[in-house]
Design a protein around this ligand. Structure first.
Ligand code: FES
Ligand SMILES: [Fe+2]
Length: 451
């Protein structure tokens, strides 16, 4: 059992050090399941995966199996995927459509609204002493469909999702909004799922804003796998962010993001593959977005992590990814690839190919990252190695809290987002209430401030 004191010793954010043990210790892992994954908002899927009544998508919340489904009335639900009789999974397929969830063990059957509908031999064996209404599937306390992405929490005391997002909202919106600036409008064209040998916090903190690791992807940059490659741009993304000033945004809610702020009247003109149809779509979106959003169109999202374990790539490539914990040293990644639902087939096809070059188990950029996280996790277990904490001192104390956007914004490459992530992590692990997490800003500082 960890204590508040031992958490503070392990995560020392004044000094900027974190004990390696939090990345591989069994007790800490179990307490994360208990104290963090039962309380935080978790992403469970996308509405386009369950468009019709009866549609389901097998999902996870923390280390537990869950069901995302749409009932006969079209209402979206999330249930624990465990029969109320003796616990067997009532859903064993990844995705599909069903009139009901029938448990294969003794055949209790639950409706798509979670209610226990039929029990074999009910009259003879249960009537009079068992009330089926008390044995529905366990349902999440709160659920939200946020611009197509579905989020849920087991905690009935959890704050509303928008409050929970805090200053990360505008940045997450960059992944979820239409490329032409309309709200929402995305479609998930596929989910890559794979398991890798690293603690789930490594990818979460990395996506919260580790710009310092760009060197890991140098070979991918040199190859130029981005959608603008045929137009001569040697990049792994498109050329949208080349002139942008980077905003490194951390928050006391634990989220961390990096977005770009384009110069005023940026002459940016998107270039895509030299294919006229795709190019025309990109330009149409670009101009409509500018018209719709005005000055706000200058904000272009890059990456981020919504605490605790959902990350995103906002624009190129564009996806949401959940880092599901399996064990202290094993994580299952689910990457949901997004496109504009109403974009032409040629655009969707180009992006699908690009996303696979970039992300997923065979994606060139993702492979670089996983190798780092694997060996870093390995090095948290060694008898000698575990005596030495990790260093989180990069740009310690360098941030502003009164910039163009809400949140604590650093003008330079920083690990402030990672520190913010572990500040929130510590708060959950110490069982602090929500008021310690939401809507606070660090005291204003302006050190080395030279944007
Ligand atoms: S475990 Fe499901 S019916 Fe018995
Ligand atoms: Fe990376």
């Amino acid at each position: 059992m960890t204590t508040a004191q031992s958490i503070d010793q392990m995560v020392d954010l004044q000094r900027g050090t974190i004990a390696r043990t939090i990345f591989s210790d069994e007790v800490i892992y179990r307490e994360e399941q208990e104290k963090l994954f039962t309380r935080a908002w978790l992403m469970v899927g996308h509405e386009s995966l369950i468009p019709k009544p009866g549609d389901y998508f097998l999902t996870r919340m923390g280390a537990e199996s869950a069901i995302l489904c749409r009932d006969k009335q079209g209402v979206i639900h999330v249930f624990l995927n465990s029969c109320r009789h003796k616990g067997m999974r009532v859903l064993r397929y990844e995705q599909g459509n069903t009139p009901a969830f029938t448990c294969p063990y003794h055949r209790w059957t639950f409706g798509t609204d979670g209610r226990l509908q039929t029990v074999p031999q009910f009259k003879e064996l249960y009537e009079g002493h068992m009330n089926p209404d008390e044995w529905s599937l366990v349902e999440v306390a709160k659920l939200v469909n946020y611009k197509g992405s579905i989020w849920a929490t087991w905690d009935k005391e959890a704050p509303g999702f928008i409050d929970y997002l805090g200053s990360a909202k505008a940045h997450l919106d960059e992944a979820l909004n239409h490329r032409d600036g309309r709200e929402g409008g995305s479609e998930c064209i596929g989910v890559h799922k794979w398991i890798f040998g690293a603690n789930w916090k490594f990818p979460s903190e990395n996506f919260a804003g580790d710009m310092y690791h760009a060197v890991s992807h140098q070979s991918v940059e040199m190859v130029g796998i981005g959608p603008s490659a045929q137009a001569g741009v040697k990049e792994r993304r498109d050329d949208e962010l080349l002139n942008a000033r980077l905003l490194h945004v951390s928050s006391t809610e634990g989220h961390g993001v990096i977005s770009g702020l384009l110069p005023e009247n940026s002459p940016h003109k998107p270039t895509f593959q030299g294919n006229p149809e795709i190019q025309a779509y990109a330009e149409k979106c670009y101009h409509e977005r500018k018209q719709r959003l005005g000055d706000k169109a200058r904000l272009v999202g890059l990456t981020g992590t919504i605490f605790p374990n959902t990350s995103y790539h906002a624009r190129q490539p564009r996806s949401l990814v959940v880092w599901h914990p399996h064990s202290p040293t094993q994580t299952e990644a689910w990457r949901f690839f997004l496109v504009d639902a109403d974009s032409p087939p040629a655009v969707k096809d180009m992006l699908r190919r690009y996303y696979m070059r970039y992300s997923g188990p065979a994606g060139m950029t993702e492979q670089d990252d996983m190798e780092n996280w694997y060996y870093a996790t390995e090095a948290t277990k060694g008898a000698i190695a575990s005596r030495y904490p990790f260093n989180y001192q990069l740009s310690l104390g360098v941030y502003r809290s009164d910039d163009v956007m809400p949140g604590n914004i650093s003008p330079q490459t920083t690990e402030e987002m990672a520190r913010g992530f572990y500040r929130a992590w510590s708060s959950y692990m110490k069982d602090e209430d929500w008021s310690h997490l939401l809507g606070h800003h660090l005291p204003k500082k302006m050190l080395n401030d030279n944007p």
